[in-house]
Design a protein around this ligand. Structure first.
Ligand SMILES: [Zn+2]
Length: 286
């Protein structure tokens, strides 16, 4: 199958350095493979979203030379597909309603395969998927062989929330399949979501893409940059400094003479080899 990659931001703010690294990394991998690069706006969590953020991010990407091969897919338009996946899991007896409060779980995992709280007709339940005691293994292109026992790391995880929104894990899996994604390139903060996503792919009869988790960008104090830098977005009206920093973060050689983002990316692409990306889980942004 031809390579199809994607960048899938959540519209919780403007494009920041951490998400620019993920965008540049996924774009380079897709173009290096002669494949397509697609966009998806993960707008499934309205309380966390910032009005205008999706438009701001989608407008910023071309300013950094990152042009997608198709219009962005918005998850808010895909509820019917998530309903269908949910019904498929329900028909197979793989999900159960859960009325547990945070107190019921006492900070631990939900492990019993059924809810221990009393059903409450007056309250909408969350829905969880029943997780067996199995190890999920996959080879991350950059981070190497991974193994996680779903029961001890995730437990029966939520796929539809009390508020009625579908959980990130379900929406992501359904849309990666819908968009024909062969290769997921994203930040290492999502590495621990991958076993849950692979399990959902198996339950839904979907194929599993290859995964490549890029090092996570940290600030000088060792905090995840996407959190601390939320107030300091990258500037699409002056894209060269941030783009140079993003390429340096990915260990691409500097290009002193490049006049614009497209020239900078073309040079980076000519020198790009996914095997030479930094093999660490996190690193400080320059
Ligand atoms: Zn429960």
């Amino acid at each position: 199958m031809n390579y199809r990659g994607r960048f899938a931001p959540s519209p919780t703010g403007h494009l920041h350095f951490g998400s620019l690294v993920a965008a540049v990394g996924s774009w380079l991998c897709a173009r290096h493979a002669g494949g397509q690069w697609l966009l998806r706006v993960e707008d499934m969590d309205p309380p966390r979203e910032m009005p205008g953020s999706a438009e701001s991010i989608l407008a910023a990407l071309p300013a950094f030379g990152l042009v997608a091969d198709a219009p962005a897919l918005f998850q808010s338009t895909r509820i019917g597909a998530y309903d269908a996946a949910f019904e498929q899991l329900k028909a197979a007896g793989q999900v159960f309603p859960c009325w547990c409060s945070r107190n019921d779980l006492a900070g631990g995992l939900h492990l019993d395969g059924h809810c221990l709280a009393k059903p409450d007709e007056g309250r909408t339940p969350a829905w969880r998927i029943r997780v067996p005691d199995i190890e999920i293994r996959f080879d991350d292109v950059l981070q190497g062989p991974q193994v996680a026992n779903l029961r001890t790391t995730a437990g029966d995880f939520v796929i539809r929330r009390v508020e009625g929104y579908y959980a990130y894990q379900l929406a992501c899996v359904v849309d990666d399949a819908f968009q024909g994604i062969t290769d997921v390139v994203r930040g290492n903060d999502l590495l621990d979501s991958t076993p849950r996503q692979i399990y959902l792919q198996r339950c839904l009869g979907l194929s599993t893409p290859r995964y490549l988790h890029l090092p996570l960008a940290l600030d000088g104090d060792g905090r995840k940059l996407s959190k601390s830098e939320r107030a300091h977005p990258v500037d699409p009206t002056d894209p060269m400094p941030a783009l140079r920093r993003a390429l340096a973060f990915l260990d691409l050689p500097p290009v002193p003479g490049a006049q614009n983002p497209s020239a900078l990316l073309a040079h980076a692409l000519a020198h790009f080899d996914p095997a030479r990306l930094p093999h660490c889980s996190e690193r400080a942004a320059a």
